[in-house]
Design a protein around this ligand. Structure first.
Ligand code: ATP
Ligand code: MG
Length: 428
């Protein structure tokens, strides 16, 4: 996929996501305003009823009193404690609020504005809040002989109460947004991973073509030479060319085997033929084969096989390939005068192989990726060191098949040290 299209799609998706989140926040905000308005209306309704009931109770009581005491306080309402207690008002308010579904803590009081004092109250804990933030409802407003008195009500947890009502909606929105963000980021990482993979596959095909081309060209030249009558006449010449063909053919077979092997690992069909074997023997064999290549570069392989118990249980062919891959890397990625140190040591339950070189090294960041299939550190190509990026992924699979461990210590331009631990036995 085109890089620009990917970036464009990501921008569009991000904008759409931000827009969607904005709309969501707007709606929740709206819903919260509606809830608040509803709450106010319900409180208003409830308290109007309460005020009416208080006034009715006063009237009733006033009538009784007046029958006995005459019409002394004709137009003035009775003192509150004559006809009502704070407990009475509390239950009136509680009933009215409950009917309207308001189930949260409240405080109330009857406040006389002129004296700035409370004539009646539930508790005296919230006096300031009642005056400053409470809802106020005039009592006995038709009583022209008394200065204004208000029934004040205050909800200490009003915010929380309104929020709890919105909680469900908020939760669903948050879950949906998280789901969208998660899927979105998953898709983006997948796109980038696929892009990277397709680049790696391209590199692989380029490398493979190049690697195969050289032996094919050599073989075809050798065949041409063999077709020459003069060459055929000379026994030495023809056997020389046949030798070349054989060598190059072996190389081709090895490469094909490597690629096939990695496909087998992918399908999880790696077959192991485990037997008791001497790990030192394997190492010595591999060194013998690679020695010439190292010496061509004026290098040396230093062997320090210190393990006293080198016999382990494993697959001979795969373990040979494992050592071969590590040693091949150590040589390949050391451009000048390789000094490759191969050491073995015994631990309590197995053997540890370490292969150290003085090559180009691997940065910390890359060290995590080198075991990935087809992965090659980008500078590897620049230096024109060819490879498929399959070696270490194969090595890792083999180590795991033997229940072992692999690790690397490396510093750029100083060298790398690969350590492989293999247990004596892998259990059942
Ligand atoms: N000893 C080393 N020193 C520096 N870099 C290394 C070393 N060993 C591996 N690497 C880096 O790790 C990468 C992966 O190694 P791996 O052996 O899997 O692939 P390769 O050598 O490129 O190809 P091949 O499949 O032919 O082995 C290499 O391309 C190289 O960049
Ligand atoms: Mg390699």
């Amino acid at each position: 996929m085109n890089h620009k299209i990917v970036i464009f799609t990501i921008i569009i998706m991000t904008l759409a996501l931000i827009g969607l989140m904005g709309i969501q926040i707007y709606w929740i905000n709206n819903a919260s305003s509606v809830k608040e308005a509803n709450f106010r209306r319900s409180v208003n309704e409830a308290m109007t009823h309460v005020v009416a009931k208080i006034e009715r109770m006063e009237k009733k009581k006033a009538l009784q009193v007046n029958q006995f005491e005459g019409m002394l306080n004709f137009n003035r309402h009775l003192p509150y404690n004559n006809f009502i207690t704070s407990g009475n008002i509390d239950s009136l308010i509680s009933v009215e609020l409950n009917i309207r579904g308001i189930d949260t803590k409240y405080e109330f009081g009857i406040y006389k504005v002129q004296n700035q004092n409370f004539l009646l109250e539930k508790s005296s804990n919230y006096q300031n809040e009642l005056v400053e933030k409470g809802y106020a409802f005039p009592l006995f407003s038709s009583d022209i002989y008394t200065t204004p008195e208000y029934l004040l009500i205050y909800f200490p947890q009003e915010r929380q109460f309104l929020l709890t009502e919105l909680w469900g909606m908020l939760l669903i929105s948050i879950i949906l947004i998280i789901a969208i963000v998660y899927s979105f980021s998953y898709i983006i990482t997948t796109i980038f991973r696929q892009k990277k993979l397709s680049e790696m596959k391209n590199d692989f095909i380029n490398n493979m073509t190049h690697e195969f081309k050289t032996p094919i060209a050599t073989i075809s030249l050798a065949c041409e030479a063999l077709n020459d009558k003069d060459v055929r006449k000379s026994e030495a010449d023809s056997s020389n060319y046949i030798g070349i063909i054989e060598e190059e053919n072996k190389r081709l077979a090895l490469m094909a085997e490597k690629i096939l092997q990695s496909a087998v690992i992918d399908k999880g069909q790696l077959k192991m033929k485990k037997e008791k074997l001497d790990f030192h023997e394997i190492i010595t064999d591999v060194i013998k084969n690679l020695k010439i290549q190292v010496e061509i570069k004026d290098g040396v392989i230093l062997k320090d096989l210190r393990a006293t118990q080198p016999v382990i249980e494993g697959d001979k062919v795969h373990l040979t390939n494992l050592v071969n891959n590590l040693l091949d890397n150590a040589n390949k990625y050391t451009p000048r005068r390789p000094v490759i140190r191969i050491t073995t040591e015994n631990t309590d339950d197995g053997i540890e192989l370490s292969i150290e070189d003085n090559g180009i090294g691997i940065s910390k960041n890359e060290q995590k990726k080198i075991y990935d299939k087809l992965y090659r550190v980008p500078s590897g190509n620049i230096q024109d060191v060819r490879g498929f990026g399959l070696g270490l992924s194969y090595v890792k699979a083999i180590v795991e098949e033997h229940k072992g461990r692999i690790s690397v210590e490396s510093e750029i331009n100083k060298g790398s040290k690969f350590k492989v631990f293999l247990p004596f036995r892998q259990g059942i």
